[in-house]
Design a protein around this ligand. Sequence first.
Ligand code: CO
Ligand code: CO
Ligand code: CO
Length: 317
Amino acid sequence: MAEIFPQEEYPALLVGLSTADDAAVWEISKERALIFTVDFFTPIVDDPYDYGAIAAANALSDVYAMGGEPFLALNVAAFPAALPEEMIVEILRGGAEKVKEAGAVIAGGHTIDDDEPKFGLAVLGFVSPQQLRTKAGAQPGDLVLLTKPLGTGIITTAFKAHEAKPEHLATAVDWMKKLNRDALLALRKAPCHAVTDVTGFGLLGHAWEVAEKSGVALTLRFEALPFHPGALQYAEDLLFPAMAGKNLADYAPHVSFSSKLEYEEQLLVACPETSGGLLFTLPPKYAEAFLARYAEMGHRAWVIGEVSAGEPTVSVV
Ligand code: CO
Ligand code: CO
Ligand code: CO
């Protein structure tokens, strides 16, 4: 599609199809750019309120991943005719309260009838062009940081198969509902080189996008990766969603794994996440400052690897 909309014909389009990032970015003035993104999916948890809140946090995340803050959102929804009214109300309430928490407002939306429920948001955000962050720009010597543990994909899949403990699902749900706003605010003060968020392509896929678009090699340390309680156990039981294997196969030409890593550990790194954390690279001296600032805000982040010069690739060791 990029050839129908050549970048040079749209000088205000700072980020569009040709650079494919977390969201589109349109420059309004030298001080202000508009971020525009849409995201929706089928239910990943049974609780309607949690589903709405997770879908909203996930959609809002792409605005944070571009360095901006959301201000306006529209509901995008499909509900079966037979779905009880009170469930629809709860899904929309979960989404609305999350948008409010983000400091943004829902101003409308569109709903259709469909056999399978779908919910999400189209979101507008603002960013100053100077604070715009993309997947490009990671530099050799940077550290790679992550702000949420991994494992939401395997835990929700295991739960659907009645194989996951309710407390494991509850922890994953709490994290999926968490906004990436504080992570972005803590990052604002750092000369951050590349930012994205971890969602459907898994840590591996999103790390590859950073490596490819930045023209660098990323090394991720498996032992440094944070996982939600239960994720490693369900991985051993091979309770992965089908997308984990597809991601692993898709990115295989660009990634390498240390021989000590088992197949299920490789799958876990490739497993899709929902409403995952921000993944970004920072020079080491700023990484310490970020971690301290983020801790002061009551959160924790993890240093999971480093960036080096060389052919774009992701090595998991
Ligand atoms: Co994204
Ligand atoms: Co997205
Ligand atoms: Co309409």
